[in-house]
Design a protein around this ligand. Structure first.
Ligand SMILES: Nc1ncnc2c1ncn2[C@@H]1O[C@H](COP(=O)(O)OP(=O)(O)O)[C@@H](O)[C@H]1O
Ligand SMILES: [Mg+2]
Length: 218
């Protein structure tokens, strides 16, 4: 296994952590430099981390590196996933894609648009829910923008059903699911119902951009 305290991007090396008493102690300013550099590579040179988002990024970083003390203080549970909410364009998808590179030594998750899950369902039916209810980790991206599923004559709230499967997987096999969404708690409840919403409360640590977080597309 590569040494996760030194992250290499092209010719650049970022010493994001120090190994002390067999524990990785992360250097947050260096983590920011790494994330920004990697982000530019992934999303283009206009990518930069905004100071207004540092608090949220700090929470995400601490969650992903598994800093137990920070997470406890913030009421975050490492057995649960992240529910990242915020207005359109604030950078949710980018951050969830980026965080994986900070912890290459940890189990990786795939980022899958919820729309794609529904398209797969329309094509393949309930097998899709089984397939994504597997033992991998996922981040389902942009919950709430997907259409309802329809396979032959059967309508299905695909993401709702899938989240219930993923909930069981969390309980039985400790598999983690992350989500991003623009919807508020009440909008989620309206769309997916009380059954899904109450499981979501147990499945996720809520990390929220503020309502007026900047649209990074502009
Ligand atoms: N911190 C950032 N700085 C500059 N551009 C960004 C930043 N975060 C995201 N972007 C870009 O802005 C656009 C919207 O980001 P995205 O992550 O898709 O937002 P969201 O998922 O919240 O709707 C994308 O083109 C993305 O590459
Ligand atoms: Mg998005």
């Amino acid at each position: 296994m590569r040494n996760p305290s030194k992250l290499i991007v092209g010719h650049q090396e970022f010493k994001v952590a120090e190994l002390t008493n067999n524990q990785l102690v992360y250097d947050f300013p260096m983590v920011l430099r790494f994330l920004e550099y990697r982000g530019k590579q992934l999303f283009g040179k206009k990518f930069r981390l905004h100071e207004a988002d540092y608090g949220l990024i700090y929470d995400l970083v601490n969650y992903f590196i598994g800093d137990i003390d920070h997470c406890r203080a913030k009421g975050m549970d490492l057995e649960k996933g992240i529910l990242l909410t915020g207005p359109v364009g604030c950078g949710k998808t980018a951050l969830m894609k980026l965080m994986r590179y900070l912890v290459p030594h940890k189990p990786q998750y795939e980022v899958i648009p919820c729309r794609n899950v529904v398209f797969a369902f329309n094509h393949l039916g309930y097998k899709t829910i089984e397939d994504f209810g597997n033992k991998k980790h996922y981040c389902f991206d942009d919950l709430g923008v997907e259409p309802d599923g329809r396979h032959y004559a059967a309508d299905c709230n695909v993401m709702g059903e899938l989240l219930i499967s993923r909930f069981e997987l969390m309980q039985n096999e400790r598999r983690i699911t992350h989500l991003t969404t623009n919807l508020s708690a009440s909008e989620l409840e309206k769309r997916y119902g009380d059954r899904v919403r109450s499981r979501m409360r147990e499945m996720f640590n809520l990390v929220a951009f503020s309502e007026d977080a900047r649209d990074k597309r502009r």
